[in-house]
Ligand binder design. Structure first.
Ligand code: 1BN
Ligand code: ZN
Length: 413
């Protein structure tokens, strides 16, 4: 196992390379063991993961009936929208809440045609996010250590640098269920005027299933966070914003069927990138400055339903839901409880307030609680929409503003 960091040289700074593994010796080796895979598997996995591993059907059960009832309620509701603004010099469109969100997507709307103007979504440009998504999907299947994911990595880093982001890459080797794999986390750091950090996460790898392009699962969240980086990089705000693109979230098994991909989630053979990042930030001391973590996952479905994860930190999840309601998006944010092990879990385990905004892929049914196209070859652009990217992006930007208001003293904004 090796770890390596590359931090691009900036004017006036020296390129530094540092090994997390070396740094961990005599420090927090437990954290590093936890970050690197099955040879040191812990047994403390949370509900969805354990259920998925132990019982192929369990991950599609516990909250479904409540979800059905609440989908009906949510569809019948429409929250009043209201306005807000970020009292900062950086308070341009990217940070300000629109007076009202865009109108609801209509049946038959899909793709870029449904994107609202950025002025209606707090500066988040759904059309531009959709173009990022098309590019990402165009790389094809993107499992860790594949030629396609290497192309995606180059694309993400070069886009982020072109936005003026400071980009760190962390190349590490993970011992996985399919052998040792080279993985890479890519982090854009936007400095703040205060020490606090808001950490945004997306995974950019896709399931190891032939032909699986992950337009929604892996693609949509990556496109959303790229657009947020486009909006925020080079504009320091009250709190720092770190935007992390994570490798190795998916189960590292070479699946031979969609069913197998839908029913396999085993302890410590997934979430490699987030475990690596949590360990690294713990070692560097940055983790204690993280005020809030928001994970985007599968938020691009053309009939979007974002689920309420019961493992997420209640005050933060409540904040996100109240922001969504204020923006008029209650129809997209379900109230039904479910629980999932995902890239936020390693951070929750280290005491970081975190929320998973996990959506659906296709219609939710009693048999398919994440949607009927989840981990199938139907997870493609046809079932995604720019409108859903924009709704999620708008909520992320407005929640960043709410977190600034909560944590940054007025005189430091
Ligand atoms: C998210 C995207 N996940 C996998 N691909 C995490 C997950 C784990 C979702 C188990 C549902 C069940
Ligand atoms: Zn997945």
């Amino acid at each position: 196992m090796q770890t390596r960091t590359q931090r691009p040289a900036r004017p006036g700074t020296t390129l530094a390379r540092r090994s997390v593994a070396a740094a961990a010796v005599g420090a927090t080796s437990g954290a590093i063991r936890q970050a690197h895979g099955p040879e040191s598997a812990t047994t403390d996995r949370k509900a969805a993961g354990r259920m998925a591993a132990d019982c192929p059907h369990a991950i599609q059960r516990p909250w479904v009936q409540a979800a059905w009832a609440l989908v009906a309620v949510a569809l019948a509701c429409s929250a009043a929208a209201c306005s807000g603004s970020r009292p900062s010099g950086a308070a341009d469109a990217a940070y300000s809440s629109a007076a009202a969100g865009p109108s609801a997507a209509q049946p038959g709307d899909s793709g870029a045609a449904a994107a609202p103007p950025a002025a209606q979504t707090g500066g988040f440009d759904g059309t531009r996010a959709w173009k990022y998504l098309e590019t990402i999907v165009g790389f094809g299947p993107r499992p860790p250590a594949s030629a396609n994911i290497h192309r995606e990595q180059k694309y993400l880093a070069s886009q982020l640098r072109s936005f003026g982001c400071h980009v760190s890459t962390d190349e590490f080797h993970a011992q996985t269920g399919v052998g040792p794999l080279a993985m890479e986390n890519i982090v854009a750091e936007i400095p703040g005027k205060n020490p606090g950090i808001i950490l945004l996460l997306s995974h950019y790898d896709t399931v190891r299933l032939a032909g699986f392009v992950g337009a929604n699962d892996g693609g949509s969240s990556t496109a959303i966070l790229l657009e947020i980086a486009h909006d925020l990089c080079g504009r320091p705000g009250p709190l720092g914003v770190w935007i992390a693109f994570l490798d190795g979230e998916e189960e590292q098994t070479n699946f031979t069927s969609e069913y197998q991909a839908q029913t396999t989630w085993t302890a410590n053979n997934n979430t490699y990138g987030s475990r690596e990042l949590a360990a690294r930030m713990d070692l560097s001391g940055d983790l204690k400055n993280v005020k809030a973590l928001m994970l985007s996952d599968m938020d691009g479905d053309s009939d979007l339903h974002i689920m309420r994860d019961s493992t997420s930190t209640p005050w933060l999840e409540n904040l996100v839901w109240s922001v969504a309601n204020r923006l008029g998006y209650s129809r997209y944010f379900l109230s039904s409880p479910m629980s999932v092990t995902d890239d936020h879990t390693p951070f929750l385990q280290k005491g970081v307030p975190a929320v998973d905004l996990i959506g659906n892929i296709g219609p939710i049914t009693p048999e398919a609680s994440f949607g009927i196209y989840w981990h199938t070859l139907q997870d493609n652009l046809e079932h995604c929409s720019a409108h859903s990217l924009a709704v999620t992006g708008h909520v992320f930007l407005a929640t960043i503003q709410a977190l600034d208001d909560k944590f940054a003293p007025a005189h430091h904004r």
